[in-house]
Design a binder for this molecule. Structure first.
Ligand SMILES: Nc1nc2c(ncn2[C@@H]2O[C@H](COP(=O)(O)OP(=O)(O)OP(=O)(O)O)[C@@H](O)[C@H]2O)c(=O)[nH]1
Ligand SMILES: [Mg+2]
Length: 209
């Protein structure tokens, strides 16, 4: 079964854990307990293919960020979360994305921009179109979500899996026949450069609402 290493990033308190736990366990965590680092596994069927998602729920708080480079290097898809109720959490994502691109040394990284807490419309300070514009600039997907009401939660992770599949399609026959040394297998899942599929990414630059 194909495995997907997904990383959830964003400032403290935006709802990274709430979104992850809602997706994996189907419950909403009301209590705020700052994360150090938690890892989850969930098997899902995406477009008829069984897929094992390994989701890393990271720390938004500065003091826990030492592991960042490592998980950015290993991650194949990234969920960048802000809260629609806090402007600073939106601003913080620009630097975060730059760091991901620098660490991965490519501009083509599967990514979903998420404006969470959309159930708190009365407290909204980041407009929907502001999120859409940023996602368009990044050529990434955009979703407004609510971990509390389970709005667009599954969509985040399914979209990331599809983005990864688009860049590195599963080709079972090829994998079986190929007789490559073990040392090559580690990096093979992350190699996108020079693949003909890159040309399709402009078309795949969709913005979901
Ligand atoms: N109303 C509402 N509250 C939410 C939502 N998502 C998260 N929360 C609340 O926001 C608080 C912080 O959520 P967490 O998921 O712990 O935030 P986090 O991003 O994981 O924070 P760190 O682990 O410190 O980085 C908690 O009290 C959650 O219940 C949402 O969609 N709507
Ligand atoms: Mg957390």
């Amino acid at each position: 079964m194909r495995e997907y290493k997904l990383v959830v990033l964003g400032s403290g308190g935006v709802g990274k854990s709430a979104l992850t736990v809602q997706f994996v366990q189907g419950i909403f965590v009301e209590k705020y307990d700052p994360t150090i680092e938690d890892s989850y596994r969930k098997q899902v069927e995406v477009d008829g293919i069984q897929s094992m998602l390994e989701i890393l729920d990271t720390a938004g708080t500065e003091q826990f960020t030492a592991m960042r480079d490592l998980y950015m290097k290993n991650g194949q898809g990234f969920v960048l979360v802000y809260s629609i109720t806090a402007q600073s959490t939106y601003n913080d994502l620009v630097d975060l994305r730059d760091t991901i691109l620098k660490v991965k040394d490519t501009t083509d990284v599967p990514m979903v921009l998420v404006g969470n807490k959309c159930d708190l419309e009365d407290e909204r300070v980041v407009g929907k179109e502001v999120g859409q514009t940023l996602a368009r600039n990044w050529c990434s997907t955009f979703l407004e979500t609510s971990a509390k009401l389970k709005v667009n939660v599954n969509e985040i992770f399914f979209d990331l899996v599809r983005q990864i599949n688009k860049r590195t399609p599963v080709n079972k026959d090829k994998n079986k026949k190929r007789n490559v040394p073990q040392s090559n297998t580690i990096s093979s899942s992350n190699v996108n450069n020079g693949q003909p599929t890159d040309g399709n990414n402009t078309n795949g630059c969709c913005v979901l609402l």
